[in-house]
Design a protein around this ligand. Structure first.
Ligand SMILES: C[S@@+](CC[C@H](N)C(=O)[O-])C[C@H]1O[C@@H](n2cnc3c(N)ncnc32)[C@H](O)[C@@H]1O
Length: 316
């Protein structure tokens, strides 16, 4: 792995297993990151090709190096894009349908660990948090621009923050806030002392909520997942790794809608509505093994969900 971009892939063996029976064709990795999952899948399927998407130029450059070191570069096409434009990217690459697709959501370890990207309360840095550095909207705009109601709503929605109102008021009262350290101090002092001593760093949820906001993580996810399901070949699978409840709720809901076709018929009667079911659920272990959780802390919050596209004749 490139020394500047070290990301330990989560549930790697489980993901390889999910795609063990995959047909040849093009596999979409919608969150390429350090390409750990992609390299493992290309190694497991010698005729498979890869379409790798990431919105972060640093991740893409690192992934290109990793793929070429693994002798897989010739089978990979990499595109800088946000994954809600995957339908356009797939069409532009002349791909008819996908052999499989993976979303490993959220940020990679290097995004957290490079101080100046401003994702972490552990380092002092300007308020940034953009995965796509060509985007102008950053954490500074959220922290210094949103009113207290909008901040509180965002903290509840993106991070289930119990102290959303107190934190939002403290942020507004402390403006301008220009650095991660200043933000972290403001948030910590807004949380009551007994709660501050429990459940990890007091600013963790606020940083998560702002990162999700800056990168529109929750709003674009349903579009991307629906487009990925639509692009799958019959029998092809979509696997999604999510890392917090807000993401997992969306993944579950999109997959469930594709599985039921939003059927409105009473459960005890045959379906008479015009629902079209496009996938079936694939049962997998939803969480990382205990041993992985001990060695890779990022895996403790991972939740895996998988669906498989139905053959045309079974869609009704
Ligand atoms: C958890 S990492 C992926 C790690 C990868 N599976 C591996 O094994 O190395 C998530 C990656 O997805 C990218 N990403 C997150 N949201 C994205 C989006 N909406 N569009 C494109 N890339 C995105 C991030 O920039 C990051 O590099």
């Amino acid at each position: 792995m490139n020394a500047a971009f070290v990301h330990e892939s989560v549930m790697l063996a489980e993901i390889v297993d999910v795609f063990a029976e995959m047909n040849n064709g093009v596999f979409l990795d919608a969150t390429l990151g350090g390409a750990g999952h992609s390299v493992a899948l290309l190694r497991a399927h010698s005729a498979l090709r890869l379409l790798g998407i990431d919105q972060d130029d640093v991740a893409l450059a690192a992934a290109a190096a990793v793929l070429s070191q693994a002798d897989c570069g010739g089978r990979a096409t990499l595109r800088r894009a946000r994954f809600d434009s995957l339908a356009t990217v797939v069409a532009e690459e002349g791909i008819g349908s996908l052999a499989g697709a993976l979303f490993d959501l959220g940020v990679s370890s290097p995004q957290f660990d490079v101080a100046e990207r401003g994702f972490s309360y552990r380092f002092d840095a300007p308020l940034d948090m953009r995965m796509d550095r060509s985007q102008s909207f950053s954490a500074d705009d959220v922290v210094n621009g949103y009113d207290a109601d909008a901040l509180a709503r965002m903290l509840r929605l993106n991070a289930d923050e119990r102290f959303a109102d107190r934190i939002a008021k403290a942020i507004v009262a402390s403006r301008p806030i220009r650095s991660t350290s200043h933000l972290s101090d403001v948030v910590s002092s807004a949380i009551p002392a007994p709660a501050r001593r429990r459940g990890g760093h007091p600013a963790k949820r606020t940083f998560q909520a702002i990162r999700i906001e800056v990168n529109s993580e929750l709003s674009i996810l349903p579009i991307a997942l629906r487009d990925a399901i639509a692009a799958l070949a019959p029998g092809a699978r979509l696997a999604v790794l999510s890392y917090h409840s807000g993401e997992d709720r969306i993944v579950k809901s999109v997959m469930r809608t594709a599985e039921t076709g939003d059927c409105t018929c009473p459960p005890n009667l045959p379906c008479g509505c015009s629902a079209v079911r496009t996938v079936k659920r694939v049962r997998v272990s939803r969480e990382a093994s205990k041993s992985e959780q001990l060695t890779n802390p990022r895996s403790t919050s991972a939740r895996l969900r998988v669906v498989e596209k139905l053959p045309q004749e079974e869609m009704n």
